[in-house]
Design a protein around this ligand. Structure first.
Ligand code: FAD
Length: 287
C-alpha cells in the first residue's frame, strides 16, 4: 500500500457510467492507494444508489479503505441517519463531513447549516465513524477573510474531524501559507493536499470559470502554449502535477489526495512517476 497517497472518484449518474467506474476502480486498485474517497452530489436524495454503492464496491470487492463524502445541506437528520446506518452495516466507518454548495435552484434544509454541525451530530449519534473535513488553502469562496475561515475550520476540527482534505491548488506556496496559518491557530489535524492534474482544455476552462484557484505564471504559460495541442497539454499538465507532488512530499506534507476525475491512466502516470517518494525511507508516511 502506498501510505500517504489517496484517490478521489465521483459516481456518474448513469448505469453505464457506473459500470465503467467499477472497471476504473479495478485499475486504481493495482496502484495500491491508502484510501479512495467517493464524492456525493449535493442535493441528491439518492446517496445509497451512488456514493454508498461505489464505496461499498471499494470496501467489499477491492478491500481498500474508503471515505464516503456526505454533504448535508439538503439532508435532514433522518436522512443522514439512514446513510450512516447503511455505511455502518457495510463496515464503512469513514465519512468526509461536508456542508455542500448552496445551489440557487434548491432551498437548503435546516438541520445542518455548516459542516461543523454535521460533524458534531455524527460524533454524538454514531461515534464509531472517523470524520474528515474539507479545507481551503486559498480560503473558502464565501469567507469574508482568512481569519474567519480559519476560525470556522478550527471549530470543525474541534467538533470531531480528525483530518482535513484540501481543495485543489496549483501554487504550493498557497498551501504552505495555509498550513502555517493552521499551525498558528493550533489546528492540529493533519492536512492532506488535494492535487488535480489538469490534462485537457475543457477541464482548464472549467477551473478558470468555477473556482478562484490562483493560476501561477508557469501554469498559465502551459495553457497558452498548448491550447491547441491536446497531447502536449496532457503531458505538461501531468508533469506539472508530478512537480507539485515532488515538492509537497519533500516538504513532509501529511498526504496527497489525487482528484483522479475517474481517469485511471492519469493516476497511473502520477504513481509511476512518484511512487518511490512514498516508499522512500525518508518519507514521513513510512512507519
Ligand atoms: P463548511 O465547513 O461548513 O464551510 C462553508 C463556509 O461557511 C465557509 O466559508 C466557512 O468559513 C463558513 N462557516 C463555517 N462555519 C461557520 C459558522 N459557524 N458561522 C459562519 N460561517 C461559517 N461538495 C459536494 O457537494 N460533494 C462532495 O462530494 C464534495 N467533496 C469535497 C471534497 C473536498 C476535499 C473539498 C475541499 C470540497 C468538497 N465539496 C464537495 C465542496 C464543498 O461541499 C463546498 O466547498 C461547500 O461550499 C463547503 O463545504 P464545507 O464542508 O467546506 O463547508
Amino acid at each position: 500500500m502506498l501510505k500517504g497517497l489517496s484517490f478521489e472518484v465521483f459516481p456518474p449518474n448513469t448505469t453505464i457510467g457506473l459500470n465503467k467506474l467499477f472497471e476504473t476502480l479495478q485499475e486504481l486498485e493495482r496502484l495500491q492507494p491508502e484510501f479512495i474517497s467517493v464524492t456525493c452530489s449535493n442535493g441528491t436524495n439518492n446517496v445509497a444508489e451512488t456514493t454508498v454503492k461505489v464505496a461499498s464496491y471499494i470496501h467489499q470487492e477491492l478491500n481498500i479503505s474508503t471515505i464516503a463524502h456526505l454533504p448535508a445541506t439538503y439532508l435532514s437528520r433522518q436522512e443522514v441517519d439512514e446513510v450512516l446506518s447503511q455505511l455502518d452495516k457495510l463496515g464503512i466507518h469513514q465519512v468526509l463531513a461536508l456542508r455542500g454548495d448552496i445551489l440557487p435552484q434548491l432551498t437548503p434544509k435546516t438541520d445542518f447549516q455548516y459542516a461543523s454541525e454535521l460533524t458534531s451530530y455524527i460524533k454524538q449519534v454514531a461515534p464509531q465513524f472517523d470524520l474528515s473535513g474539507a479545507c481551503y488553502p486559498e480560503i473558502h469562496p464565501e469567507s469574508i477573510s482568512r481569519l474567519s475561515d480559519i476560525k470556522h475550520l478550527k471549530k470543525k476540527v474541534e467538533a470531531g474531524c480528525h483530518q482535513l482534505i484540501s481543495q485543489l491548488f496549483l501554487d504550493n506556496d498557497c498551501f504552505y501559507h495555509f498550513q502555517e496559518a493552521c499551525e498558528l491557530a493550533e489546528i492540529g489535524a493533519p492536512i492532506i493536499a488535494g492535487i488535480m492534474p489538469i490534462v485537457n482544455r475543457n477541464q482548464a476552462l472549467r477551473l478558470l470559470k468555477t473556482t478562484k484557484t490562483k493560476l501561477p505564471r508557469k501554469f498559465l504559460a502551459i495553457l497558452e502554449k498548448y491550447e491547441h495541442d491536446p497531447i502536449a497539454l496532457r503531458a505538461a499538465g501531468l508533469a506539472y502535477a508530478v512537480d507539485q507532488i515532488v515538492d509537497l512530499v519533500t516538504q513532509d506534507v501529511s498526504g496527497i489526495h489525487l482528484y483522479t476525475m475517474n481517469d485511471a491512466k492519469v493516476a497511473q502516470h502520477i504513481v509511476t512517476n512518484t511512487q518511490s517518494l512514498f516508499t522512500s525511507k525518508t518519507a514521513s508516511f513510512v512507519v
